[in-house]
Design a protein around this ligand. Structure first.
Ligand SMILES: [Fe+2]
Length: 301
């Protein structure tokens, strides 16, 4: 631990269950032949990049699939172990997880966010089933499962109010997360577990890993994704936030769950270039693995 905590990296770490299926880790029951190599190799490049720095003390993940109606929730139990089954793709993802939570930091972020005026709650049910969005992102970034996590839910502000209200809440939640990390003295790795464009096919091939069937759902959402990635690579995340409400509507983007904007808020809306490790489609959706290294910061946007 350092005296003053720090965010060692922020990562856009999407969670298609297909990537776990294609990796064949021992925790997952279904077996595959291959598939989605561009994204899986991108995760490998990301892991190599992170390995060049000392290990983090904690991984903090914001997940689109822990959907909470009243405010933002945080895992508040030290250990969870169970079977996670993707409700849409039970044929691809039946994953036996066993994970440890940094409850101290979880509570600290929860309190910091409440102090900032956000509605928050600790989730203290030991039988709670951890959502697959958090599990998949954590596994693909750190398959060893040897670092405690903090898991943050996605609230319904985008849906109940507007994209603009959701965005404002996520920026505030990100800033609160950064303040809590700094006070904690810990080194934190942050993961935003969302895809980009999210129109998708409603049928899958008989063989799910048949890559002759995989491509973007349509060219329009692909163009939007390319614009978003260009802004990230050029350190223009303030402009990215400006177009985010429209981008969400035009591409049915999973950014509507708030993970990416939370991450940008925690990183202080970075003006330094991000590293795009990979982009690829999964059942037509756009997915990018993107890393921000705060060591490159010359100042916030
Ligand atoms: Fe998802």
């Amino acid at each position: 631990m350092t005296a003053r905590g720090e965010i060692i990296a922020g990562v856009l770490a999407p969670h298609p269950p297909h990537l776990i299926y294609a990796e064949n880790p021992p925790q997952n029951e279904p077996r595959s032949e291959c598939g989605w190599e561009g994204l899986r190799w991108g995760y490998k490049r990301l892991r190599r990049s992170l390995a060049r720095r000392p290990d983090p003390d904690v991984i903090i993940v914001h997940s689109p699939h822990w959907k909470t109606t009243m405010g933002t929730h945080f895992l508040g139990v030290e250990h969870f172990s169970s079977l996670s089954v993707d409700p849409i793709f039970p044929n691809l993802f039946r994953f036996h997880y066993d994970l440890t939570v940094d409850v101290t930091l979880s509570r600290a972020i929860c309190a910091e966010a409440a102090e900032a005026g956000l509605v928050t709650k600790m989730m203290n049910n030991p039988d709670f089933r951890v959502d697959y969005g958090a599990i998949i992102a954590c596994h693909l970034v750190r398959p060893a499962w040897d670092i405690p996590i903090v898991c943050i839910s996605s609230n319904r502000a985008y849906y109940d109010f507007s994209n603009e209200v959701g965005e404002a809440q996520m920026l505030a939640l990100g800033a609160a997360t950064a303040r809590a990390v700094e006070k904690s003295g810990k080194r934190a790795l942050l993961l935003a577990s969302n895809s980009l464009s999210h129109r998708h096919f409603t049928l899958e091939p008989t063989l799910p890993e048949d890559m002759s069937r995989e491509h973007p759902y349509h060219h329009g959402q692909y163009l939007w994704d390319m614009q978003v990635l260009e802004l990230m690579e050029q350190g223009r995340t303030r402009e990215l936030l400006d177009i985010m409400p429209d981008y969400i509507e035009q591409t049915v983007s999973e950014c509507k769950e708030g993970s990416l904007t939370w991450l940008l808020g925690a990183l202080g809306v970075p003006a330094y270039p991000a590293e795009v490790h990979a982009y690829g489609s999964v059942i037509g959706t756009g997915n990018a693995i993107v890393e921000w290294d705060p060591a490159l910061a010359g100042g916030a946007a």
